[in-house]
Design a protein around this ligand. Structure first.
Ligand SMILES: NC(=O)c1ccc[n+]([C@@H]2O[C@H](COP(=O)([O-])OP(=O)(O)OC[C@H]3O[C@@H](n4cnc5c(N)ncnc54)[C@H](O)[C@@H]3O)[C@@H](O)[C@H]2O)c1
Length: 273
């Protein structure tokens, strides 16, 4: 019997088999959760659909989080197929590549707004759309990064976006006290996709990144093959942490790995007196 037998989850943010969301989905599926998946555009559908089908997903729907109409359409499909949701995974972020290199000072207005809309507001928009479907004690999980609190060269506008995402989690938790919110921070400088964006940028700059092996720009596939095994272990550990955070009724203590700073948030603890 799995930890999540009978639970229904929606996974937003699988792009391919290297996505953190896919690691999370596999962990949830192994524990018996029934999962739905979203994708953006036909090109990603071709990658996401076979992965989703391999976990027998009854729901595979398009959803660009920049569109309220698409979010509404998604949630009405979730209502039709599942009736309610126990787990919502938000593993979505986007910033224009040009904003992820060099000085933060050169961030454009457009690049800033795009990063904030897709990487931050999307959590609020999706939770708003799903609010009526979330079961008591449901889990909502999003993924953050320590560049929200410390300057990480080249992470730039995404660091600002992650800080705003963390604040959003606190406000959403206060509004929906019956839902458990979690956010995950990866360990400093040791992450998979972040390496991809930041190191591609750093290959052209003299900035040194803290605790990160120097790499040259390369495709995700080649980079994956060359990653230090520790990074792969971290991806797997992240999936386990996400599994715990996604398990309805979990508590914030006793995370299985010290590798990640994972935190459950309740509205009460973050509400000013
Ligand atoms: N990989 C890391 O090292 C790391 C570390 C800390 C946090 N994170 C966070 O984890 C999350 C997942 O990142 P990942 O590394 O798996 O990369 P990824 O590229 O696999 O996932 C990002 C996802 O965002 C989706 N997305 C982008 N724009 C969208 C839009 N308009 N509508 C809907 N979806 C959209 C993409 O389709 C993709 O599935 C992100 O929030 C990222 O910031 C990643």
């Amino acid at each position: 019997m799995g930890l999540l037998d009978g639970k229904k989850g929606l996974i937003m943010g699988v792009a391919n088999e290297y996505s953190l969301a896919w690691g999370i989905a596999q962990a949830l599926h192994r524990e018996g959760a029934t999962l739905g998946f979203t994708y953006v555009g036909e090109a990603l559908e071709r990658r996401v659909r076979p992965l989703a089908e391999s976990s027998n997903a009854p729901l595979i729907e398009p959803c660009d989080v920049g569109s309220d109409e698409q979010i509404d359409a998604l949630m009405s499909r979730v209502r039709d197929i599942y009736g309610h949701l126990d787990i919502l995974i938000h593993a979505i972020a986007f910033a224009d590549r040009n904003e992820l290199s060099g000085s933060y000072l050169k961030t454009s207005r457009e690049g800033f707004l795009t990063a904030m809309e897709i990487s931050v507001y999307s959590l609020t928009a999706v939770v708003k759309g799903a609010a009526e479907l979330l079961a008591d004690g449901a889990s909502v999980v999003t993924l953050t990064y320590h560049a929200s609190r410390q300057v990480v060269p080249n992470y730039n506008v995404m660091g600002v976006a992650k800080a705003a995402l963390e604040a959003s989690v606190r406000y959403l938790a206060a509004d929906l006290g019956r839902v458990i919110f979690g956010s995950m921070q990866s360990v400093q400088g040791q992450s998979v996709r972040w390496l991809q964006a930041a190191l591609q940028a750093s290959a052209n700059s003299t900035a040194s990144l803290p605790n990160v092996p120097r790499c040259v720009a390369m495709s995700p596939r080649r980079m994956w093959a060359r990653l230090p095994s520790g990074c792969v272990a971290i991806w797997q550990a992240a999936s386990q942490v996400m599994l715990c955070m996604s398990t309805p009724g979990h508590t914030s203590s006793g995370w299985p790995t010290p590798t990640f700073n994972a935190k459950a948030v309740s509205g009460k603890e973050h509400t000013a007196p």
